[in-house]
Design a protein around this ligand. Structure first.
Ligand SMILES: C[S@@+](CC[C@H](N)C(=O)[O-])C[C@H]1O[C@@H](n2cnc3c(N)ncnc32)[C@H](O)[C@@H]1O
Length: 218
């Protein structure tokens, strides 16, 4: 559902209130889903990958303070579902980091093909695809809907976010990577529902599943 990009950060950052304000679930977060503040590794995820994709992000390395969000009934006609809204007092400016997409990080062979909350984090040169699934554990990012069918265009986008942790001598002692939601080129208006593009591949798979189900019913 997501593609990569890569705003890397290494030293500059907002005040440490960022980590605190991300530590509690926003209003509307379902009690049936465990609220995460950092991704979790699946049982089969090799340790070197877990150290990159699941390490907590040092508070000083978040790109900006997290905008206020709410989970509510969506603008779109998605019956009984929820969407993610800008609940702040202003528009979210273009390029603002909004949230990391948190969930269980896994290899492709562990992917749940029925999941509505699984996205591709990164494809490695050896062909291995690392995914992240927020079905049972995640954060508010799991509620972002696709723009198709109800909005003219996405107002937000998925991008890969990377950081480096350095020691006192400037030597890199750790790296981290997350799939994150950023405000799109026109920003996100006050009160607006956030929407992204999941990518055509996501919907193509859905259509195939629908066709298979219909064929089974015939
Ligand atoms: C990551 S979840 C998004 C949050 C979801 N609305 C919820 O309430 O949990 C992805 C699922 O939302 C639904 N969805 C998101 N955007 C949609 C759209 N534009 N049209 C139809 N269904 C959509 C689909 O069922 C999709 O599998």
């Amino acid at each position: 559902m997501a593609k990569g990009g890569s705003p890397a950060s290494s030293s500059k950052g907002p005040p440490s209130t960022v980590a605190n304000s991300l530590s509690t679930a926003p209003s509307g977060f379902p009690s049936s889903v465990s609220y995460l503040t950092a991704p979790l590794p699946s049982p089969g995820l090799p340790k070197p990958l877990a150290s990159v994709y699941c390490a907590p992000c040092p508070p000083s390395l978040f790109p900006n303070p997290p905008p206020r969000l709410a989970i509510k009934s969506p603008t779109s006609p998605l019956c009984g579902q929820a969407g993610l809204f800008n609940a702040g007092s202003k528009a979210i400016p273009r390029g603002t980091w909004i949230r990391d997409y948190l969930g269980v990080v896994h290899l492709e062979k562990e992917a749940d093909s029925q999941s509505d909350y699984d996205l591709s984090l990164e494809r490695h040169e050896d062909g291995e695809v690392v995914g992240i699934d927020a079905t049972k554990r995640g954060n508010e990012a799991r509620f972002v809907n696709d723009y198709r069918g109800w909005a003219e265009r996405p107002n937000a986008e998925f991008q890969l976010r990377s950081w480096e942790v350095k020691d006192g001598q400037g030597k890199v002692v750790g790296v981290g990577r997350r799939m994150a939601i950023y405000a799109g080129p026109r920003g996100v208006e006050k009160g607006a529902e956030l929407c992204v593009s999941y990518g055509r591949g996501f919907w193509r798979e859905r259509m195939k599943e629908g066709e298979n189900e219909e064929a089974e019913e015939d």
